[in-house]
Design a protein around this ligand. Structure first.
Ligand code: NAP
Length: 285
């Protein structure tokens, strides 16, 4: 396990950079490379793997299951997510068991509500407590929750046991720094940052080719992707989950665990991508 970790509320330490899996497992022709990529990433310290029942309607979970089959279960931290429409008493237990079957494991380390839907939060929390009591999940969290949603969650019985809120966060989208990130820090609930590479620049045109990012990268003999990841995890309370489809990208991302940005680096990045000075709507993908 890398020494660059983030502490969960229960004291468990997880790697500050893990592996995303959205759009993985869809194409049989890429399967062998994707399996190799996830194994390479895990071998390089990215032992946290993020997936969801939504991704390829189970194809990503199945791919992860194949990739981790020969690995030590105890050395992995597996995250999956339930669809909002499956997050009620009538469906969540089947959903969770199906995710476990696809992954080929007996328990999830973290089970997230993918985004808010129509099922009352109190019902979802009660179900997750039941899943935990039954040993199917070790802890639970949420995704795409803004401050008001988190406040509402805290008011629900058991809601304060939330372990993580997974939200979009990258250098080109810093809205959470204004309120959500400080709120989560104050409550000891880590942020799990999705799209930390802005989907390879797709969500923020030119981010990977930006001059300020390139300048910081060259100071450290690093790649632009590594700078973006080091930026996201800089506080010690944020986990980044970049998705890579090649072993080379996985190695590149894992090496960002060793990259610490200096005050000068951060000043340069701030100048180019200013921190928010007002409330921003929660960015989502
Ligand atoms: P991302 O990780 O920001 O970007 C992925 C893109 O970056 C891919 O095109 C990938 O290319 C490229 N890339 C990866 N490593 C690179 C490197 N070292 N150098 C250059 N390019 C690199 O976007 P994302 O996949 O949307 O987000 C990450 C994960 O977060 C997802 O996979 C998923 O697990 C999770 N997520 C959660 C939610 C939610 O609602 N909770 C929403 C979106 C995503 P290659 O594929 O060619 O390697």
């Amino acid at each position: 396990m890398t020494n660059r970790t983030v502490a969960l509320p229960d004291g468990t330490h997880i790697p500050a950079i893990g592996q995303g899996t959205w759009y993985m497992g869809d194409d049989p022709a890429r399967r062998a490379t994707e399996v190799e990529t996830l194994r390479t990433g895990a071998a390089c310290g990215m032992t946290l793997i993020d997936t969801a029942e939504m991704y390829g309607e189970g194809a990503a979970e199945t791919l992860v299951g194949a990739a981790i089959a020969p690995l030590e279960r105890d050395e992995l931290f597996l995250v999956s997510k339930v669809y909002p429409h499956n997050a009620g008493r009538d469906r969540i237990f089947d959903s969770c068991r199906t995710s476990l079957d696809r992954l080929g494991v007996e328990t999830l380390d973290l089970y997230l509500l993918h985004w808010r839907g129509d099922v009352p939060l109190a019902e979802t929390v009660a179900c997750k407590e039941q899943l935990q009591a039954d040993g199917l999940i070790r802890r639970w969290g949420v995704s795409n929750f803004d401050v008001a949603d988190m406040e509402e969650l805290m008011a629900v019985p058991g809601g304060d046991a939330c372990a993580v809120n997974q939200v979009l966060y990258h250098l080109g989208s810093r809205g959470i720094e204004f309120d959500l990130l400080p709120w989560q820090d104050a409550h000891g609930i880590p942020v799990m940052a999705y799209c930390p590479l802005a989907q390879g620049g797709r969500l923020s045109a030119g981010l990977l080719r930006d001059e300020a990012v390139a300048a910081v990268a060259s100071r450290h003999d690093a790649t632009p992707a590594q700078v973006l990841l080091a930026f996201v995890i800089r506080s010690g309370t944020v986990v980044a989950i970049p998705k890579a489809s090649t072993p080379a990208h996985a190695r590149d991302n894992a090496a960002a665990l060793e990259l610490r940005l200096t005050d000068d680096d951060l000043a340069l990045l701030d100048q180019r991508f200013p921190a928010p000075d007002r409330k921003m709507p929660l960015d989502m993908e």
